[in-house]
Every structure is written in structure tokens, then in C-alpha cells.
Design a binder for this molecule. Structure first.
Ligand code: 3HC
Length: 316
């Protein structure tokens, strides 16, 4: 049987993608497709794990037992999302240890949004409503991406994101029905989290070096700007419903385009944050490294148990 050239294999791969077929771990794939998926999926997993930190900061300070239980459940969900997506990334032939080392060494990126501080309880509402709301817009589309394990992981994750989004919105709606101080706390929080939430969708399309690959291979189904616009269009009416004012004087419904026009995003801030110079970058990395070293005994115990179970004793 003649050996197919790399070119022929790439052509057949693209035909599979164009037909809407799902690529599975054992299928032939271009090396660049595999590398792009490892980059994107590992950063997604890192984002879930680092995302536990800003919210975890308020577990001991939640205003009621009910709020504490809901926040605990959400933070645990995020940890599970991280492990789920790390497992999906491992199907591409990369080890969990390597991925964790890249995060803890500061080499790997994670979502810019988690480098902002949570200064009040209202921030927990803002994260649920805006951050998880943005994640839902992105992840519901990723649930149709061409790589099977990633798409399937998104289906389960999106179900939990919807709970995260609703509980955040309910926190803000409750505060907006409260006294003047509570309404001011909610408004201050939105003023701080609105623009960083728009940055979650990445740079504008013209400045997105990875989008062309990812769109051609149907990993991304929409561009950064299209997803950002979709998030804005669905979020503005929700803000109006509970009396919140979004901090953008240029925000205005455009009858012609049937979308909201919005003001300029501060891309200088975005690139500062993703290059390690955000408010909390150093603090987040320090916390991740501390958690990793304090968890070493758990990993060792699990490994010892696994080896014992497999009938091999680890040398003392
Ligand atoms: N934060 C950090 N880095 C970002 C970023 C962000 N918000 N947006 C873009 N970047 C980085 C990219 O990683 C890329 O750098 P790299 O080449 O060194 O990796 C560079 O900026 C250029 O951006 P591109 O648009 O070319 O990159 P992508 O095509 O990968 O698009 C993305 C960026 C839209 C974030 C895309 O990677 C994506 O959709 N990822 C999957 C979803 C995800 O990771 N979401 C993060 C939030 S998870 C979350 O919110 C959890 C929830 O439960 C709270």
C-alpha cells in the first residue's frame, strides 16, 4: 500500500473538518493542530484552576451560610472543570505534570480576568454573572469544536456554568434591591469587572495570531470579536433588568446592525495583564505554587496506593 504524503494527509484531514467530522485522539492530525489544541486546552484548564483563587478568597466571608454553601459548590466545580480539561489535554500526548509545571513556572497563560482582585462580596456576583456568563458564550460554541474530547468536556461544564451564572446574577439582583450602600457596592463591582470581562474573548480579530488556524480547523466556530459581541448583546438587557449601569458611555443599541455599539477596549491594559503585569499575577502564581507544594503528600500517597494496588511496592 503506497504511503500517503504529508500533503495528502493534510488534505484529507481538512476534508474531514470541512464535512463536520469529529477528530478523536487516535486519528491522524497535523502536528500544528495538536499543538494548537494543547495550547488552548491547557490554558483553559489553568484558567479554571487559577479561577478558584479570587472566589475562594470570599468563602470564609460569605454573608450567610446559604451563600457560603453555593460559593463552595461553585469553587469545587471550577476545580473539577480544570481536571476535566487537563484530562482532555492529556489525550494529545502531553503529561499533567508538564502542564502543571508550565503553569507554576509562569510559562503558561491563563485567563487575564483572574488577575483582578475581589474587593467586595459583590465581586462574587460579578464573577458569576459576567465571567461565567462570558465563559458560557465561549464554551457553548466550543461544545461543537472539531476535537472530540474537548467538545464533550464542554457539554458537561456548560451545565454547571449555567448554575454559576444564575447564582452570580441573583447575588447582584439581591444587592440592587437592598439599601443604598449595597446598591453602590454592586455598581462599583460592575464598574471594575465589565471591561476585563470583555477582554476574556481575546484581542480583536486583527490582532489574533491563532484565530486563522483555529477557525480553519473548526476549533473556534466564531471569531473573538463575534463572541464578544454576542456576550455584550445578551448581557446589556440583563444589567438593565436589575438597574445596573454598565461603565461605557458609548454603549448604544444600533437598530441597523441589531447589535450594541460599545466603546474602545483598553488593549494596553490587556497586554500588560497577559504579559504578567496585572494587579494579581504574582499573587496568583505564588498561591498556585504553595498549593502545589502543600499537596505533594497527597500525590505521593495516591501514587503509593496505586503502585501497591498494582502489586508493586515502591522502594522505601
Ligand atoms: N487571557 C490570557 N491570554 C489571552 C487571553 C485572555 N483572556 N486572550 C488571548 N490570550 C492570549 C492567547 O493565549 C495568545 O497567546 P499565546 O499564543 O501565547 O497562547 C494571544 O493572547 C493572542 O490571542 P489569540 O486570540 O490569538 O488566542 P486564541 O485564538 O487562543 O484565543 C481565547 C484566545 C479566546 C481565550 C481562546 O484561547 C479560547 O477560547 N480558549 C478557551 C476558553 C478559555 O480558555 N476561557 C478562559 C476562561 S475559563 C473560565 O472563565 C472558567 C469559568 O468557569 C469561570
Amino acid at each position: 500500500m503506497s504511503v500517503k504524503s504529508e500533503q495528502q494527509l493534510e488534505l484529507e484531514f481538512q476534508q474531514r473538518i470541512d464535512k463536520g467530522e469529529v477528530i478523536e485522539p487516535k486519528d491522524w492530525m497535523p502536528e500544528r493542530y495538536r499543538k494548537q489544541l494543547i495550547r488552548m486546552m491547557s490554558q483553559h484548564a489553568h484558567s479554571e484552576v487559577v479561577g478558584m483563587l479570587p472566589e475562594g478568597n470570599w468563602i470564609t466571608r460569605a454573608p450567610s451560610l446559604r451563600r457560603k454553601c453555593v460559593l463552595l459548590a461553585k469553587v469545587q466545580d471550577e476545580g473539577g472543570h480544570g481536571l476535566y480539561i487537563y484530562s482532555g489535554t492529556e489525550t494529545l500526548g502531553v503529561s499533567r505534570d508538564q502542564l502543571v509545571e508550565e503553569l507554576n513556572s509562569g510559562k503558561a497563560k491563563y485567563s487575564s480576568i483572574f488577575n483582578y482582585p475581589t474587593l467586595s462580596w459583590a465581586d462574587i456576583g460579578a464573577i458569576g454573572w459576567l465571567v461565567d456568563g462570558a465563559a458560557i458564550v465561549n464554551q457553548t460554541v466550543l461544545a461543537k469544536c472539531s476535537y472530540g474530547p474537548y467538545a464533550r468536556a464542554m457539554v458537561r461544564i456548560c451545565k454547571e456554568e449555567n448554575f454559576h451564572h444564575k447564582q452570580g446574577y441573583e447575588i447582584l439582583a439581591t444587592l440592587m434591591k437592598g439599601n443604598e450602600e449595597q446598591r453602590a457596592m454592586a455598581q462599583d463591582s460592575i464598574n471594575r469587572w465589565w471591561w476585563p470581562s470583555l477582554m476574556m474573548f481575546g484581542p480583536s480579530d486583527k490582532d489574533s495570531p491563532n484565530s486563522a488556524d483555529l477557525l480553519r480547523w473548526k476549533v473556534k466556530r466564531y471569531s473573538n470579536d463575534e463572541l464578544r459581541q454576542r456576550f455584550i448583546d445578551r448581557t446589556v438587557p440583563q444589567a438593565m433588568n436589575i438597574g445596573l449601569t454598565l461603565p461605557d458611555p458609548d454603549l448604544k443599541w444600533n437598530e441597523e446592525t441589531q447589535h450594541y455599539d460599545f466603546g474602545p477596549i483598553n488593549w494596553e491594559e490587556f497586554f500588560q495583564v497577559i504579559n504578567g503585569h496585572g494587579i494579581c499575577n504574582k499573587e496568583r502564581l505564588k498561591a498556585r505554587k504553595k498549593a502545589h507544594s502543600e499537596g505533594a503528600w497527597v500525590r505521593e500517597a495516591a501514587t503509593a496506593y496505586a503502585h501497591k494496588k498494582a502489586g508493586k511496592m515502591i522502594a522505601a
